[in-house]
Design a protein around this ligand. Structure first.
Ligand code: GLV
Ligand code: MN
Ligand code: MN
Length: 413
């Protein structure tokens, strides 16, 4: 069956979606439950409806767009990604896997394909950790990686809990327990995504097929010191929370650099102080730390070193610390049969492909706990992501989408 992909159409939808943002172009910011996030969901839902897909939304806002197969009792084949975006992001992260999947389904429909298994597009709630400090909120709840009781207690920087947000945004909705899917709910899950790294572009390879997704951990660390007048409190008397935090930010860098694995990476991406006045000693510092590795042992060793440093710094500086490990996830191993199928699908349509590791996390990290999963990566310019200048060409997106469509056809036949 000849499947044709309209790359210009995907690009035009990507451009339209990028205009729904909390910041001015080219910056895309769509934090969970912001006006932009809710508008973007409506935009995508309207496109799904135009394509005659049946829509369902669960209690946490995961969206499911369903193309019923001839044998609706069989587990569906699923694809999808996210449309939320971190502050100061670009327009491709996540979006390619949603709007690309829509075009893959459109292409399959145009070709006259009639699926035996149903095909389902999933748009996950809050893959990005911006509001609650934890990534993949929707897919964690879908797969049972996060307990609903714990999720309801998640609190944003304004002190508002997930339970408050859900009551406001989805007032009719029910029990968070209902989100969880049965094991092997889908027959397979495939996520199309930009690589967010430089390898495919450097090696001039059209497609990366993901074999493994690195293990992420996130820490929230609060230091409470003692504030005071910047002129009057003499240096020996200080308990400066910022300086305690600064030592830990450096300790995070050392723990990652001195790890036995070249794949350990550590980032202090949030560092807020109070009161934030030039003539006042900071009494509070809040850090959010992201630590990842392909190997669990070296990731956890680095984590242990950071914990030890926190202890030393609190004692030496006379400050208090509250360390919360928000998540500490294992890596995901993708399904070997699916990986081979994806490589072969690429070759069938004349594209070059290789296996690779995903250093970023994705909803696939959790979907792999439910059903056979893999990801399709396409090259992005200079490997740049989580920045407004993130870019993937329409040709690259079209190629990835074509392989996705081929795979969906094969898996749903
Ligand atoms: C996902 O956005 C990640 O931070 O890996
Ligand atoms: Mn991202
Ligand atoms: Mn993403």
């Amino acid at each position: 069956m000849l499947i044709e992909i309209d790359s210009e159409r995907i690009q035009s939808e990507i451009d339209q979606l990028a205009k729904i943002s909390e910041a001015s172009p080219p910056v895309v910011t769509r934090v969970l439950f912001s006006k932009a996030d809710l508008q973007a969901r409506a935009y995508v839902q309207a496109r799904c409806t135009n394509l005659d897909l049946a829509l369902r939304e669960d209690v946490v806002g995961n969206i499911f767009a369903h193309w019923q197969g001839q044998d609706p009792d069989l587990p569906a084949v699923a694809t999808g990604s996210h449309i939320d975006a971190i502050p100061n992001a670009g327009k491709y992260d996540g979006v390619v896997g949603v709007l690309g999947a829509l075009e893959a389904i459109r292409g399959l429909k145009r070709s006259g394909f009639k699926p035996r298994r149903s095909i389902e597009l999933v748009i996950f709630t809050a893959e990005e950790p911006t509001r609650f400090g934890i990534g993949c909120l929707g897919s964690r709840l879908l797969t049972g990686a996060l307990a609903p009781e714990q999720a309801l207690q998640l609190t944003d920087s304004g002190g508002k809990r997930l339970s408050d947000w859900l009551g406001e945004v989805y007032p009719q909705s029910g029990d968070l327990q209902s989100v969880r899917l049965l094991p092997n709910f889908y027959s397979a899950f495939i996520e199309l995504h930009i690589e967010q790294g430089p390898l495919l572009e450097r090696q001039r390879i059209d497609l990366g097929v993901v074999e493994q997704i690195a293990a992420p951990a996130t820490l929230r660390l609060e230091f409470i010191g003692e504030g005071g007048h910047a002129g009057a409190v003499l240096m020996p008397d200080r308990h400066d929370a910022l300086l305690a935090g600064a030592e830990i930010a450096l300790a995070v860098e050392s723990a990652a650099k001195e790890s036995q694995s070249p794949d350990t990476v550590g980032t202090t991406g949030v560092f807020r102080i109070e009161p934030g006045a030039v003539n006042s000693v900071p009494y509070r510092a809040l850090l959010e730390i992201d630590l990842r590795d392909t190997r669990l042992s070296t990731r956890d060793f680095a984590l242990q070193r950071i914990r030890e440093n926190v202890l030393t710094v609190t004692q030496r500086r006379g400050v208090q610390a509250h360390l919360d490990v928000v998540n500490q996830d294992p890596p995901a191993v993708c399904d070997a049969v699916l990986v081979q199928a994806a490589l072969q699908a690429a070759v069938r349509v004349g594209l070059s492909a290789r296996c690779m590791v995903s250093r970023a996390y994705h909803d696939s990290l959790f979907m792999a706990q439910n059903c056979p999963t893999t990801m399709l990566f396409i090259p992005c310019r200079n490997g740049v992501s989580h920045r407004p200048d993130e870019y993937a060409s329409p040709e690259a997106i079209g190629k990835g989408t074509l392989v996705l469509a081929q795979l969906l056809e094969q898996l749903a036949s």
